[in-house]
Design a protein around this ligand. Sequence first.
Ligand code: APR
Length: 231
Amino acid sequence: MKHIVFLTGAGMSAESGISTFRDSNGLWEQYDVREVASIEGWYRNPDLILKFYNDRRAQLREVEPNEGHKIIAALEKDLQVTVVTQNVDDLHERAGSSRVIHLHGELTKVCNENKTLIYDIGTGVINPGDKAEDGSRLRPFIVWFGETVPLIERAAEIVSTADIVVIIGTSMQVYPAAGLIHYAKGGIPVYLIDPNPVDSSSYLQVEIIREKAGKGMTILREKLYKNGRLF
Ligand code: APR
């Protein structure tokens, strides 16, 4: 069975109503990323960070997977599908995707200070002073700027085994995630789905589908199943 790997970012969830980071009016225009998404920010003002992620976690109750998430999940009936996402929402899983690697953590999980104890709280909250079993402060299970990305080697290994790679909804500005495409085997089909221009000049061959995730995945599905066979 052919292996298709999706590299998704915030634009994947935009049509579900979740803000991206760097589009106009994106999250990083509303918040200082150093205050709410860095390890320094956690040491400086943990209560601000707890509120920021409590609010983003609560928003999960109001959003649903979009057509793009659903098409990706449905491909699992004919292909081996792995989603490597920078997103911390659970929309890929709620759409039915069964192999999802969250490079930057997961909103629905919290952990102890050194991330060795992980708890699933769904759309719940962490209050200031809440502690893990080891007595340390509970914190969001998120990879902040200034922290390592523990799953990056696993993700690179997955990309290196792909027969096709599809990049959706990421500005490709944050490393090491943005470097994953370079682990793809030479000569395989690579698609990039994004309604806006993304600098893909550093990749070898990439076919741009200049659409939002939902429409873009509809177009890609037609390409994949062209002539009744899978690419
Ligand atoms: N469909 C597809 N793509 C879209 C859509 C849409 N409906 N709307 C916007 N986009 C595209 C934008 O054109 C942009 O290329 O999604 C991309 C969003 O880019 P960013 O906001 O930079 O998000 P992302 O690349 O996921 O950010 C990476 O930065 O702050 C950190 O940890 C955070 O995981 C995040 C990382």
